[in-house]
Design a protein around this ligand. Structure first.
Ligand SMILES: *[C@@H]1O[C@H](CO)[C@@H](O)[C@H](O)[C@H]1NC(C)=O
Ligand SMILES: *[C@@H]1O[C@H](CO)[C@@H](O)[C@H](O)[C@H]1NC(C)=O
Length: 326
């Protein structure tokens, strides 16, 4: 045992405090359909880290109440079954219990919500409830919505993908609207003009470095888009995490969703790194959706959930990942 003088003790305590006060690395999130539900779960659960969220074609937090049959009704086509007060209560109660970050973490966040007028899979009336949910928790002035595009279910682009009215894989629809660009500028302000998607700037990383992906229903493969500048200077680049929808994972589609959805084009010319985490098709989850009803356990929508835990770890480690991409 070493005898320490008071000054040394103070020094050791000061160091301990520094370690305790290490700030979370801020990032923003987006996603469509089940990815929209997951983006929202990450925003609500990890609001001390997540600084903004773009929710596309998804209902409110806690919509399913842990029930797959509610996914197939309330959270997609039967908006009258949504219980909004229970969503708000769930968030505030989880926060009081420490299961999610304090609600105050949402205060200054930008929120963007999109729904197509012709969405047959997740009706616009369901997504209206997402807006109402956020209005309970975030200053209305920080919420931006886009509800007038005649898009069917999917990620909306200017030119890529199926016709705007089409419902089906890869759930990317060309509506003459650059949704990724709108999301980027809503979350970060006016960007530099977009470039071209350069496939040599898309990298695979190992999601299993961050937890038991098998148990979490996630793939070992995750993807990250980082331009030359961001790979050499990751500290100068912010992180945005985008979640694919059901039937849009790498396992199902290959790279089609990542290549066509448009965020890569903005990441090519701006100081942002895009992470595309990947869920996996399993017996409990045959379409490779993100968990918003409990196939990974009843804690799917709080910090301790298997998917949120791994995603948060990956996001917090993005500087390290980006540095080692080559
Ligand atoms: C949210 O709104 C407040 C009040 O207008 C504003 O001060 C703040 O900057 C906004 N937050 C963001 C992220 O834009
Ligand atoms: C893609 O990026 C690499 C360098 O990272 C560059 O050499 C190549 O020319 C780029 N391709 C296109 C089509 O711009």
């Amino acid at each position: 045992m070493k005898i320490v003088r008071p000054g040394e003790i103070m020094f050791v305590l000061a160091l301990a405090n520094v370690a305790l006060m290490v700030q979370a690395v801020p990032y923003t999130v987006s996603g469509g359909s089940s990815g929209g539900y997951m983006a929202q779960q990450m925003h609500i659960a990890y609001s001390a880290s997540v600084a903004g969220a773009a929710i596309v074609a998804a209902g409110p937090y806690h919509c399913s109440m842990g029930s797959l049959s509610r996914v197939q009704t309330a959270c997609t086509v039967n908006p009258w079954l949504i219980n909004l007060p229970s969503s708000v209560t769930a968030a505030t109660t989880y926060a009081t219990d420490g299961a999610i970050d304090p609600i105050s973490g949402l205060n200054n966040d930008k929120v963007f919500v999109f729904s197509g007028t012709s969405d047959q899979r997740v009706l616009q009336a369901v997504v209206q409830e997402t807006i109402s949910f956020y209005q309970e928790l975030v200053p209305t002035i920080n919420i931006t919505t886009m509800l007038d595009i005649p898009a069917n279910h999917g990620w909306v682009t200017k030119l890529e993908g199926n016709p705007c009215w089409y419902l089906g894989p890869p759930y990317v629809v060309a509506c003459g609207v650059d949704l990724s660009g709108i999301i980027y500028s809503t979350l970060y302000g006016t960007p530099v003009a977009k470039g071209n998607f350069n496939s040599s700037h898309l990298f695979m990383f190992d999601q299993s470095d961050y937890g038991d992906v098998w148990q979490a229903g996630m793939s070992t493969r995750g993807f990250i888009y980082a331009n030359d500048f961001c790979r050499s200077n990751p500290v100068k680049c912010t992180l945005h995490v985008n979640f694919h929808g059901c039937e849009q994972s790498y396992q199902t589609l290959g790279l089609v969703y990542i290549e066509e959805m448009g965020l890569g084009e903005w990441a090519e010319t701006n100081q942002v790194i895009i992470m595309f985490p990947q869920a996996m098709e399993t017996i409990n989850n045959p379409e490779g959706c993100w968990d918003f009803w409990g196939y990974t356990g009843s804690n799917f929508e709080v910090k301790a959930g298997l998917q949120p835990t791994i995603i948060q770890k990956m996001a917090q480690d993005y500087l390290n990942i980006a540095q080692n991409l080559g």
